[in-house]
Design a protein around this ligand. Sequence first.
Ligand code: NAP
Length: 288
Amino acid sequence: MCYNKDGEVKMAIIDGKELRKKKLEELKERIKGTKKQLGLAVVQVGHDEASNVYIKQKEKLALELGYYFIHKNFEENVTQEELIKELNILNNDDKVDGIIVQMPLPHHLDASVIQNTISPLKDVDGLTYVNAGKLIQNVDGLVPCTPKGIIDLLDEHEIALEGTNVVVIGRSILVGKPIANLLVNRNATVVLCHSKTKNIAEITKNADIIIVAVGKKHYLTADMVKKDAVVIDVGINRENGKLYGDADFDNLKDICSYITPVPGGVGPMTVYELMNNVHLAYTLRKKK
Ligand code: NAP
């Protein structure tokens, strides 16, 4: 069972939009203390519709915060060398504090090579080998945005992590693996499940906290969750113009002590964390 700091168990829908608003106000204060205009560069290949929407959201928030924003959009047939050349220009551009390459990339490009061309000090998606290694070793670095947002949501609701049993479903480098590491660093006991895991329902039934990042509508059902567990739903599944999470929210909400809705839960935090990482990247780079 999960308790807040007063030892109570409460049912609550975790509101990511509210927390984002609060965190943005705090970030605006921190930005006031910086001596330069912060800058974010987004590199995109092709014209994937979902990517266009995500980039627009990033641009809107970056401009609202007064960031310098640059969007480099290459055609689908761009070569790996051209992309690497552009990333090196951005690595050396002092106006740019953070760089992201919008995924997915076409198959002829090696996403890992591209990602690792970004300077670790500007890697605001936290996906380079250097930053992934720092996360494992629990050393300050740049951490992927969605997992950071999840930790902020849990902390805001004073959901204890130390000593709790957490099940993470999904092992991507963007969500599942980094959130598992962040939770281990906070002294939780973590089981990381994926498509080859057997009897997942038996594992989730013992969890105090379940984080589901699979990409399948209503994957996590009420019979997989014990009473008063916390469910963090990362999934974004589009169907007939509507968004659905990986958790069957309607049937889970009366069982869980806390649950995130989709939309309005984890999603709003991700873009905020990106903007926060740009500020953090600037401060880390300044120290060097
Ligand atoms: P991903 O790279 O496709 O990874 C999906 C993971 O789910 C994989 O590890 C896969 O296992 C596992 N999986 C697939 N089917 C499974 C099953 N039947 N049982 C157990 N595990 C299964 O996806 P992702 O990038 O982590 O994203 C996951 C979801 O979160 C997507 O819906 C995505 O749109 C959403 N998302 C949301 C945000 C946000 O801001 N809210 C941010 C990022 C992603 P294998 O490794 O064995 O294949």
